[in-house]
Design a protein around this ligand. Structure first.
Ligand SMILES: Nc1ncnc2c1ncn2[C@@H]1O[C@H](COP(=O)(O)OP(=O)(O)O)[C@@H](O)[C@H]1O
Ligand SMILES: [Mg+2]
Length: 212
């Protein structure tokens, strides 16, 4: 197996499965966690990621097909996606193409939310561009909810990543996300209000930290 990525909490390997290119995501131990919690989190997130990848796919959001999941060895085997991470894609794409992709990203988030699924880690490193389509990965921190708060946090994180990694494009790209989102999720207005509230809360905390 060839190591393709050493992530924050998992190693990802390229492997072959009956002639198919697959990715094995193996969650690694974190020495700073107490062992019981460490094992629990690694197996929970492995199983959780598998069930959310499948649920998202079932409601029409593109995700890698889950081929196998083994929480006791913290291993998830999924289809290998041949594409470019949105993070890298943004460095060279022109505005018209970005617009198309970010509207699509917004639509996908809206579809997830209308089906009671939140992603938990919406960053441009967790999105693949494959031709005209966008694939979502890395659902380990996601879950099922109908709470506006969970959806607001999703969009807030998306905005924060854009601001910290692609500052000059952030505002424009986030407005495209909102455009797509509002076309696929009825309750989009309430969620956007929440996003503003979360942002104010964050600012308040940051300002207090600075004053201390
Ligand atoms: N199904 C896949 N096909 C191809 N590459 C993948 C796949 N899943 C993950 N990767 C690569 O591995 C990286 C880390 O995977 P990810 O699931 O996001 O783990 P982490 O929790 O470490 O962020 C991704 O950014 C991507 O480059
Ligand atoms: Mg990731």
């Amino acid at each position: 197996m060839k190591l393709i990525c050493k992530g924050a909490e998992a190693n990802l390997y390229l492997d072959f499965w009956f002639g198919f290119k697959v990715v094995k995501k193996i969650r690694i131990s974190k020495p700073y966690r107490i062992p019981e919690l460490d094992e629990y989190l690694r197996s929970y997130r492995t199983f959780n990621e598998a069930r959310l990848l499948s649920s998202a796919r079932r409601v029409g959001v593109s995700t890698p097909i889950v081929l196998d999941v083994n929480p006791s060895s913290y291993t998830l085997t999924m289809e290998y996606i041949e594409g470019v991470l949105l993070r890298d894609y943004m460095l060279k794409a022109d505005e018209k193409i970005l617009k198309k992709h970010f509207i699509k990203v917004g639509e996908m988030i809206g579809v997830l939310h209308s089906n009671g699924i939140y992603h938990g880690d919406l960053t441009t490193s967790n999105m693949f561009i494959v031709n005209d389509n966008v694939y979502l990965i890395d659902f380990g921190l996601g879950g099922f909810s109908r709470e506006v708060e969970a959806f607001g946090v999703d969009l807030h994180l998306m905005r924060r990543t854009l601001e910290s990694t692609h500052h000059d494009l952030a505002e424009q790209c986030f407005s495209y996300v909102v455009e797509g989102y509002s076309s696929s999720f009825e309750d989009w207005r309430r969620v956007l209000k929440k996003v503003e509230e979360i942002r104010r809360r964050g600012r308040y905390v940051e300002e207090r930290r600075l004053r201390k």
